[in-house]
Write a protein that binds this ligand. Sequence first.
Ligand code: PPE
Length: 335
Amino acid sequence: MNAENAHLVTKSGKAPASKSEPNPKKESPFGATIWMDGEWLAFADATTHVMAHAMHYGVGIFEGIRCYRINDKESAIFRLDDHVDRLFASAKIVGIKLPHTREDLRAACVELVRRNRQPECYIRPLAYIGQGPVGVYPGTNPPINTFIATWKWGAYLGDEGLKKGIRCQISTFTRGFVNHTMTKGKITGNYVNSALAKSEAIANGFQEAILLDTEGFVSEGSGENIFIVRGGKLKTTPLTSILDGITRRTVFELADSLGLEVQEVRFTRDELYVADEAFFTGTAAEITPISEVDRRPIGDGSPGPITKRLQSEFFAIVRGEKPAYRRWLAPVLFG
Ligand code: PPE
């Protein structure tokens, strides 16, 4: 078994029972190795039991991190410390005691990218309540399983979307009430809401959903924070109904360095319609312009100057071209 077809083989070594024959020549985006509970496992061996608590009740936490190529021998994981810190914050929110230190998880991310030899990849650490007592109550000291996987993930909303912007719809699904959906945590169960909204948007011919909060103000995308620009000023949702995005925080610093003001204030759907520019931020989405909302073009329907400026700064930083921001880059060296 090699790295290319490792994902097509089950633990028993047999091809998965499926009506459509897997094409062994198709290259897998997944790294051959997965770090799980402190061990380095082959992709096919990183499995979980059907009776794991998280499978039934969705109590898990995760991160999404990107690694970018700097040169032939070096890559850099963007804001690794901040992502690991947020994983611990998520753990605290759902009451999961992570059985690993921050240092161990940071080192495992770096080493996994190196082992999987993926100079540009997405890194997914995830911890969940494993197989223990049956029922909603997981007990006082439930088993916690933790893994990290990597895969090649191009532009989340398409290369074309990154350049020209994407078409969005205001979702019929509402972002959760603050005492229901703990959005400061990146909690697996929270993503049912996102998956429903995104699937609906795509079925309706759009590329992404924008969810409103329970009071009708713009909240965020299914997997992104949102910004609007009007009269040269930026606005973004305050940290009420949204994930405290690390790309969002990055945009705050970039905007500041460019002398642009950012207000964290609620704004309405119609304010979004009449914005000069709008864009999404996220680890997967990076900085993606929004060209249209509910069939109304944003500005003239093409990415505006502030969005483009922030995008080019962002990509220069993550690729190590701005020495002042090297503090955000955790190096991965390929020998
Ligand atoms: N809001 C939500 C709901 C969200 O899922 C993300 C990240 C963000 C905001 C932006 O956060 P940050 O990545 O720290 O800037 N969504 C992740 C998962 C996407 C997926 O499909 O899976 C991501 O971008 O990695």
